[in-house]
Design a protein around this ligand. Structure first.
Ligand code: UDP
Length: 478
C-alpha cells in the first residue's frame, strides 16, 4: 500500500556550516511536518561528528529520527579543513569549485547504492540533479542564500568578464531600486569567463529539478521572491528562516552551541535589557591580527557592552591590546569558537548585531527584530548588505570611508575610531539610526508571523511537502 510507505529523502548539504546548518534544520522540519518522510543527512566524514552531535541533541529528532549517511571525500592535495568548511581560508571560487568536485564521485556512489525516494541537494552540487534524473529520482535544489542575492548574481553573471573593466556594476531590470555596487565588493566568480558554461553548470540539471527551496522569507524580500518565482522554470518555495522555524517549534536550539554556551547566556542574563551589542562574523571569515586589534580597541572605546565571538581554534591572542581583558572585564565577553547565536540574538539584553552579513546571520538577526550594523567581508555578503541597508532599511553600514573588498588583501583596515563611533551611535535608539531600529523591530514581527500557523513560510513548506510526496508517489507508480 503506497499510503503506508515511509519516504526516504536524502538531504545533501555543501560542507560549510552556513550550508550544513540550514539544511539540517530543513531536514528536521520535513520530518516534523510529515511522519512518513524520513530524511537522511548525507555528509562527508569531516562533518559527521558535527551533524551527529547537533542532531543527537534535538528533541524532535529523537521522536522522528533524521538519519546520517557518510560518503567518502578524498583529501588529495587539499587541506583537511576543506572538507569541513569547504574552502579553508580561501574565498576564491576556484577553491570552492575544486572542493565541491572532490565530493562528486562519493555522491554518485551513494545515490546509486541506496536509490532514495527523493533528493534535496545544495545548489552548490548541480550535478546531483542530473544523477537523480538518470536514476528516476525526484530532486529539489536548496539555496542557503536569498532571492535578492540570487537575482543580482544571475544578472552580474550575464554581464560576465566585462564587469572587470569598470569600477561599478549597475543592475537594472529587477524590482525595487536600481542596484549599483563597486566591483570590488562583488564575489570573485562573477568575473570568470563563461562561468555558467563550465561543464558542471551547463548540465540540464537546472530543468531536471522540480523545485527550488530558498531559505528566505517573503516578508523580508517579497518583490524579489515574486521575481524569482516568475523567472524560475520549476516551483519555488520560500520556507525560511528554517533555523528560527525549528526553534519556534521547541527545537532545542541552545544545544547547538559549544562549551561556552551557558556561560554566554548567563552573562547576558546579568545585563540590562537592550544594552549589549552582539559581534560575530560567521563560521568562515577570519580577520588578520591587526584588524582584530583595532576591533578590540574600537569596542573598548565605544563604551558599550559587547559579546564578541572570535573564530578561535587557530587564532592566537597576539591581537589583544595590553591589559585589554582586565579593562573590559565588566562589560565585554569574548567567546572563542562557537556561540549559541540563535539564543543570543533572541535574548532581551541584545540591542544590536554587528555582522558580516552571512545570509543565515541576517535571517536570524531580522527574525529576532535586532537592528544590524554591517561589516561584510567576502562572497555575496556585500550584496546581502545592500539588501538590508539600501532596500529594506533594517541595518546601517559600519564604515563607508575606506576601500572595502571581497578580497582581503585589497580591503583597508577599519580604524578603531570609526568602529567606536559607529557602535556607540548605533546603540543610541533615539539617534540618527532610530528609523533603522524601528524597521528592524517591525520586520521581526513580520518574519515571525510568516513562520507561525497560516504564515507564508509555513504554507510554502506544506505546499513543498505535498508536491514532494506527489512526485515520489508518481515515480513509484510508474
Ligand atoms: N553560528 C553559530 N555560532 C557561531 C558562529 C555561527 O551558531 O559561533 C551559526 C549562525 O547562527 C548561522 C551560521 O552559523 O546559522 C553561520 O552562517 P552565516 O550564513 O551567517 O555565515 P557563514 O558562516 O556562512 O559565513
Amino acid at each position: 500500500n503506497v499510503n503506508m510507505k515511509k519516504w526516504r529523502v536524502f538531504v545533501i548539504p555543501y560542507f560549510a556550516r552556513g550550508h550544513l546548518i540550514p539544511m539540517k534544520d530543513f531536514a528536521d522540519l520535513l520530518s516534523a511536518n510529515h511522519p512518513d518522510i524520513e530524511p537522511t543527512m548525507v555528509v562527508t566524514p569531516g562533518n559527521t561528528k558535527f551533524i551527529t552531535s547537533s542532531l543527537g541533541k534535538s528533541n524532535r529528532s529523537m521522536q522522528y529520527p533524521v538519519q546520517i549517511l557518510t560518503y567518502p571525500f578524498p583529501l588529495i592535495g587539499l587541506k583537511p579543513d576543506v572538507e569541513t568548511v569547504g574552502i579553508g581560508k580561501s574565498t576564491e571560487s576556484s577553491a570552492i569549485d575544486k572542493a565541491a568536485h572532490m565530493a562528486r564521485p562519493g555522491q554518485e556512489q551513494i545515490l546509486q547504492k541506496y536509490k532514495p525516494d527523493a533528493v534535496i541537494t545544495d545548489v552548490m552540487f548541480p550535478w546531483i540533479a542530473a544523477i537523480a534524473a538518470d536514476l528516476g529520482i525526484p530532486c529539489l535544489f536548496f539555496a542557503s542564500t536569498g532571492a535578492f542575492p540570487i537575482l543580482i548574481i544571475r544578472s552580474l553573471l550575464k554581464m560576465g568578464v566585462y564587469l572587470g573593466l569598470h569600477d561599478h556594476a549597475t543592475v537594472s531590470g529587477l524590482p525595487g531600486p536600481e542596484i549599483r555596487m563597486p566591483v570590488l565588493e562583488l564575489p570573485t566568480f562573477v568575473f570568470e569567463d563563461n562561468y555558467m558554461q563550465k561543464p558542471e553548470r551547463a548540465t540540464k540539471s537546472w530543468t531536471d529539478v522540480f523545485g527550488f527551496v530558498v531559505n528566505t522569507c517573503r516578508g523580508l524580500e517579497l518583490e524579489y521572491c515574486n521575481e524569482f518565482e516568475k523567472t524560475q522554470a520549476s516551483q519555488a518555495y520560500f520556507v525560511g528562516p528554517v533555523s528560527v522555524s525549528c526553534s519556534m517549534n521547541q527545537h532545542d536550539v541552545i544545544e547547538r552551541g559549544g562549551e561556552g554556551e551557558t556561560n554566554c547566556l548567563r552573562w547576558l542574563d546579568n545585563k540590562e535589557e537592550q544594552s549589549v551589542i552582539f559581534v560575530s562574523f560567521g563560521s568562515q571569515c577570519y580577520f588578520k591580527s591587526a584588524q582584530l586589534h583595532e576591533l578590540a580597541m574600537g569596542l573598548e572605546e565605544s563604551g558599550q557592552n559587547f559579546l564578541w565571538v572570535i573564530r578561535g581554534v587557530d587564532q592566537s591572542d597576539e591581537w589583544m591590546p595590553e591589559g585589554w581583558e582586565e579593562r573590559i572585564a565588566d562589560r565585554g565577553l569574548v567567546v572563542r569558537g562557537w556561540a549559541p547565536q540563535l539564543a543570543i540574538l533572541a535574548h532581551a539584553a541584545i540591542r544590536a548585531f554587528l555582522t558580516h552579513c552571512g545570509w543565515n546571520s541576517i535571517l536570524e538577526g531580522t527574525a529576532a527584530g535586532v537592528p544590524m550594523l554591517t561589516w561584510p567581508l567576502a562572497f555575496e555578503q556585500f550584496i546581502n548588505e545592500k539588501l538590508l541597508v539600501d532596500v529594506v532599511g533594517c541595518a546601517a553600514r559600519l564604515w563607508e570611508g575606506g576601500k572595502r573588498s571581497t578580497r582581503e588583501t585589497e580591503s583597508e583596515l577599519v580604524p578603531r575610531t570609526e568602529i567606536a563611533h559607529a557602535v556607540s551611535r548605533f546603540m543610541e535608539p533615539e539617534g540618527e539610526n532610530s528609523s533603522v531600529h524601528c524597521k528592524a523591530r517591525e520586520l521581526g514581527v513580520v518574519i515571525r508571523s510568516a513562520m507561525a500557523e497560516g504564515g507564508s513560510s509555513t504554507s510554502d513548506l506544506s505546499r513543498l511537502i505535498s508536491d514532494l510526496i506527489n512526485a515520489m508517489q508518481s515515480k513509484t507508480c510508474q
